[in-house]
Unconditional design. Structure first.
Length: 107
């Protein structure tokens, strides 16, 4: 009986672990919603991505770009910029800002 309980617990925990989405998964899902002009859902998924990985540079750059352009959440944008200044992207602490700049140029 105790083996059955242990197996059930292990199976339940492993299923839960596999069900967790990575920051990359959430970023990809957010992109899907952005392409369909569902900005609120996309931004919510970006928030989840950054909860999963606070140092995810692409998610951070995307959130800075979108919140600066389409929301009035400037305190969040400033906080994200401060976080970005502490990160290195492609060997450069300015990498997140360069990615935001690239997004501005493309759009």
């Amino acid at each position: 009986m105790s083996k059955l309980i242990c197996f059930s617990l292990l199976f339940g925990l492993s299923s839960w672990a596999f069900a967790q989405k990575t920051a990359d998964d959430l970023l990809q899902e957010a992109s899907f919603y952005f392409q369909r002009n569902q900005l609120d859902k996309g931004l919510s998924l970006l928030d989840e991505a950054l909860e999963a990985d606070p140092n995810h540079q692409e998610a951070l750059a995307t959130r800075i770009y979108l919140k600066a352009l389409v929301t009035d959440e400037f305190e969040q944008v400033i906080a994200d910029c401060r976080t970005a200044s502490q990160l290195e992207m492609n060997g450069s602490p300015q990498g997140v800002y360069l990615e935001v700049g690239d997004m501005l140029i493309e759009n």
